[in-house]
Design a protein around this ligand. Sequence first.
Ligand SMILES: [Fe+2]
Length: 386
Amino acid sequence: MQYDADLNFNYFAPTKVIFGAGSIDELSMEVSALGKKAFLITDQGLIETGLVDQVRDKLGNLLAGVYADVPQDSGMDVVDRGAESALAAGADVLVSLGGGSVIDTAKGMCIVMKEGGSLRDFQGMQLLTREQTPHVVIPTTAGTGSEVTSGAVVLDKDQGQKIIIFEYFNTPRVAILDPRMTEKLPANLTAATGMDAMTHAVESYVAQARNPISDAAALHAIKLIVRYLPVAVENGRNLVARGQMQIAALLAGWAFSNAMVGLVHAMAHSLGAICRIPHGLANGILLPHVMRYNADEIPGLTADIAEAMGVAVNDMDASAVANAAADKMETFAGSVGLNQRLGDLGVSEEDLEKCADLSMSDGSIIYNPKMVMDAAEVLNVYLKAY
Ligand SMILES: [Fe+2]
């Protein structure tokens, strides 16, 4: 992790974090400090788990309404409809309860509620000049990191592409990390979302915009995920593992919100947009292959990642370390059940050609440590995972 004398960066992490089993009890106090009426954004699955009722009870009279129509890959239309409902209900604070799709939908709603129009008008980075609608996040997965990041990823169905919106002024105000809110997450989703966090940590550690603070967060996140993800997958009721995974996801979120991600995310966004492959699953499958692709550009950083994963790198040369790091990642993903090939998921080679083309215009690709020259290189990486 060497830096030159011309190192310069901003580090932005304004979200208040409230952690602990039972910390959901603090929800109403946090909402009251931010506004008068809260609107809850969630999904149908969480209604069935009983978690929505719990949050409803905690909000009491502060609750102005609930919007539970968020699908797996949320879209611009979902955001616009949600914002309209929240405004009609007289809400001035949003509370999101869910995983990445729910949180990012709420982030989009925060903008439309404040600025008007459609989320379609706000694609891009740092377009806004004032604070947006206050947002309290209660994650029910440990992976996305979206509870503390300035970014949101929303599907634009017309363009057939996932759009990245990145706004400092739209970072959530409060993240309530209550491990009990994640204990009902099934093992396969625990694994996939956990590998999303792992991908944030690994990609931010090697990204073009990395800095010493994001490095520290990323490396600690990798260590926590290696130790606790298998435990959380094995026994979802282990609150220590659930809590440590929430912390790992948050650290990885802070890391990538400042250092950005890279090729894995560009490729996973495309697989999500074209083939509807869930984000964490796509990341978990692609990560070892992109590590191999990048390794010759960043041998020292790859060695740090290998060490954080517990690989003894002492007498290895750079290429052996690179292979050992990628092999270890592949074994680790397999150990939590993510050992599928893209072909097993119904993806065709023609799909991969389209995904490779689309990846070249994804906002994440420019931060990859190795410059990606053309879609043929991306296709080659996809085919290694096929
Ligand atoms: Fe991600």
